[in-house]
Ligand binder design. Structure first.
Ligand SMILES: Nc1nc2c(ncn2[C@@H]2O[C@H](COP(=O)(O)OP(=O)(O)OP(=O)(O)O)[C@@H](O)[C@H]2O)c(=O)[nH]1
Ligand SMILES: [Mg+2]
Length: 458
């Protein structure tokens, strides 16, 4: 893989957020290019300054001053990309940022592709693939807990786990090699048992990592919670209350919501996709019917359904139809409008409910209990220990499974008396998977897949 020799530049901060924006350039000509557009009242020349220093001045386009800036100069190799880096800290408006970027491009830099700074850090050997992925997750992390986990990944916790698995596998391989090379020295029953125990414990460790990775997936993408119920029961009111903003339109008129609405909410730092739907009822209205079709689709993708009924009115046939339609789904039954007197002589609504809460979406009663119930359900009673969560990509999960399967086969082989060659082959397969997980064997295609997810400037 070729290490690039051109200089790249990009806006590295979100536009408009905060008062400061950063335009970053990396590559052999970064400092020389920045020099051409930097004016220092003190007569400082960037080419002459010490590494890792900050300089006050102006970005100029010919005679025109574009912005008042602080320029950071960092020389290779002690930088993010291990190349020379210049970071221009300017005002975060779109106009100065774009202008400064264009000037850098005009003087010889090339616009960075998404993730290219991090790609260079990787190509130049500063970070490993797991850390690359963690940067990606930091960039994308939607919630605090997701971010925390991404950061711990970045500090190499996943790498450390993998390294210990790999070391153990190589120890076992070495042990087996001895037995293959000296077939006459009968394998002692004791050492066989020890090998079996080690393999079983390794297998459990890998399965544990896969399980932790599943929880990580929840953190990254968010489970889908879908609010369902017949018209006018207060679904949109609940949606807004959980979002803590007036996102959906609420009116006393049945059939207000005509389409599904989706937002991300965080409960205890865990992201969920919250989806409000059109109330279900028989309708001749074409628009409403289209909305109802979408509601049905939302129901299909739901990881959890909040089924809302209006507690102040008698249960109707619509409620019952809906309830019957929810079998096989995880459903929380919400008896809404608990601030109003409950309808008397109400029949029991048949269905299998994970939990039942009386709430008032309008004044917020019962919502804290509901949120806690959601969390409990999603993590089967316990929020995963913060320190234990892993963020795994599909390819990482695949490799872990590949390793786990090979180890299972080795275990089976040992138990049923297969040849030691076959067992050693399986352990070797698992060992190879663990080296791939460490990023030693990253193929170009894999890299492209990972970097394709980045945004510009990272
Ligand atoms: N008293 C009381 N009224 C509520 C409560 N929740 C919602 N409402 C009222 O019920 C009416 C319908 O609320 P929406 O949130 O629009 O109901 P919806 O289920 O989204 O209705 P559609 O979109 O038409 O299916 C509105 O007048 C709300 O103010 C509640 O907890 N208590
Ligand atoms: Mg609605």
């Amino acid at each position: 893989m070729l290490v690039p020799d051109d200089t790249i530049a990009a806006i590295s901060t979100p536009i408009g957020e905060g008062g400061i924006g950063i335009v970053r350039a990396s590559g052999p000509h970064a400092i020389a290019i920045a020099e051409k557009i930097f004016f220092s009242p003190a007569g400082i020349r960037l080419a002459a300054v010490a590494s890792h220093t900050l300089h006050y001045g102006f970005i100029v386009d010919g005679n025109q001053r574009i912005d008042e800036v602080l320029v950071a100069v960092m020389r290779a190799p002690r930088t993010y990309t291990r190349e020379d880096i210049v970071e221009i800290n300017c005002h975060s408006g779109i106009v100065p940022l774009r202008w400064i970027l264009n000037l850098l491009l005009q003087y010889g830099a090339r616009l960075a592709e998404p993730g290219e700074f991090t790609k260079r850090a990787f190509l130049n050997g500063r970070i490993n693939l797991n850390q690359v992925k963690a940067v990606l997750d930091v960039v994308k992390a939607k919630t605090e807990l997701g971010l925390e986990t991404a950061i711990s990944h970045l500090t190499g916790r996943f790498s450390a786990l993998i390294a210990s698995v790999k070391d153990e596998l190589s120890r076992l391989l070495a042990q087996i090699e001895v037995e293959i090379d000296f077939p006459d020295a009968d394998i002692e029953p004791g050492s066989q048992q020890e090998l079996l125990d080690s393999l079983i414990s390794l297998h459990n460790r890998i399965e544990e990592m896969i399980a932790r990775g599943k929880e990580g997936k929840i953190l990254r993408q968010g489970l889908a919670i879908v609010i369902l119920g017949k018209t006018n029961v207060g679904k949109s009111t609940l949606f807004n209350a959980l979002l803590q903003e007036e996102r959906a339109i609420v009116t006393p008129i049945p059939g207000t919501t005509r389409d599904t609405l989706e937002e991300t909410i965080a409960i205890d730092g865990i992201p969920f996709r919250l989806i409000d739907t059109a109330g279900l009822r028989c309708s001749d209205d074409v628009v409403e019917q289209a909305g109802i079709e979408r509601t049905k689709r939302a129901k299909e993708i739901a990881d959890l359904i909040l089924f809302v009924i209006d507690r102040s009115l008698p249960i109707t046939a619509d409620d019952q139809h809906l309830a019957a339609d929810l079998t096989g789904k995880r459903v929380i039954l919400l008896q809404n409008k608990s601030d109003l007197p409950a309808a008397t002589n109400n029949i029991e609504l048949d269905g299998k409910w994970e939990k039942v809460y009386a709430i008032s979406a309008q004044n917020g009663t019962g919502l804290t209990a509901l949120k806690k119930g959601i969390i409990d359900l999603c993590f089967s009673g316990a929020i995963p220990e913060r320190s234990g969560i892993l963020l795994l990509n599909t390819w990482e999960e695949d490799l872990l499974r590949h390793a786990a399967r090979a180890i299972s086969r080795a275990i089976e082989g040992l138990q049923t008396g297969y040849s030691i060659d076959m067992i050693s082959e399986e352990i070797r397969t698992a060992y190879l998977a663990s080296t791939q997980l460490q990023g030693i064997d990253a193929t170009e295609e894999l890299l492209d897949r990972i970097f394709a997810d980045f945004c510009i400037g990272k």
